[in-house]
Write a protein that binds this ligand. Structure first.
Ligand SMILES: [Zn+2]
Ligand SMILES: [Zn+2]
Ligand SMILES: [Zn+2]
Length: 222
């Protein structure tokens, strides 16, 4: 397995040391500032055999989450072929969280604005709560440093290489019991919830917009 490559990133605003893993783009210190042996990335195995892709050769990127109530882990299909690895596109490495971030941004109709880290020069992707909350201080996933932009925005590296439409949902409700399966077609902008294109779900007897429901469910996936 690809081992963590951990480096020190200075102190946060409370004076707590921060460490970052360059291999898996994730934090590598605890809340007290102690360096961890391994970073907190949940999907280290997908970095073992990264799939290098040329955007011009990709006609279809589909993602299926079998049951996000149990596990927020997608199956990725490139040109209809299952490829469950991190994706390498030019200088970008994109993993499961970045795919989830893209889905949440596009569900919220976010215009994705490219920005680049002022330390390492790499492009930026926003995941979890940051995928739908514009912010001017970005945490670079590649080097672990924060950088600022003039106007609060949201980015995702997929949008640098592909034309990613907003997700459009149709009026309708699907009832959620213990399974919530999502099928997202990134290049078409379609999202099926338990097989249906709907904008609302009924969960625990309550009707709620799918967008609101998924924003909450994915908020910590960054
Ligand atoms: Zn790591
Ligand atoms: Zn950086
Ligand atoms: Zn950001």
């Amino acid at each position: 397995m690809n081992t963590c490559h951990i480096k020190y990133c200075g102190k946060d605003k409370n004076g707590i040391d921060r460490y970052w893993c360059l291999t898996h783009k994730d934090i590598a210190s605890d809340t007290e500032g102690n360096q961890l042996k391994e970073c907190l990335c949940n999907y280290k195995e997908i970095y073992d055999n990264k799939i290098k892709i040329e955007p011009q050769n990709i006609d279809s990127i589909k993602v299926t989450y079998k049951n996000v109530l149990e596990e927020i882990k997608p199956n990725i299909y490139l040109n209809q072929k299952e490829e469950n690895h991190a994706l390498e596109i030019k200088d970008s490495i994109l993993d499961f969280k970045d795919i989830g971030g893209l889905m949440i941004s596009k569900l919220n109709g976010i215009k994705l604005i490219p920005s680049y880290c002022s330390y390492c020069g790499k492009p930026h992707t926003d995941d979890g709560i940051f995928a739908y909350t514009p912010h001017a201080k970005h945490l670079c996933q590649y080097c672990g440093y924060f950088y600022n932009v003039e106007k609060a925005n949201i980015g995702n590296e997929f949008a640098l290489f592909f034309d990613v439409p907003d997700i459009t949902l149709e009026e309708g409700i699907v009832e959620i019991e213990d399974t919530l399966c999502l099928e997202y077609d990134i290049l078409k902008g379609t999202l099926l919830t338990n097989g249906k294109n709907v904008n609302k779900v009924k969960a625990k007897g309550k009707i709620i917009y799918l967008k609101t429901y998924l924003n909450e469910l994915f908020k910590d996936e960054y």
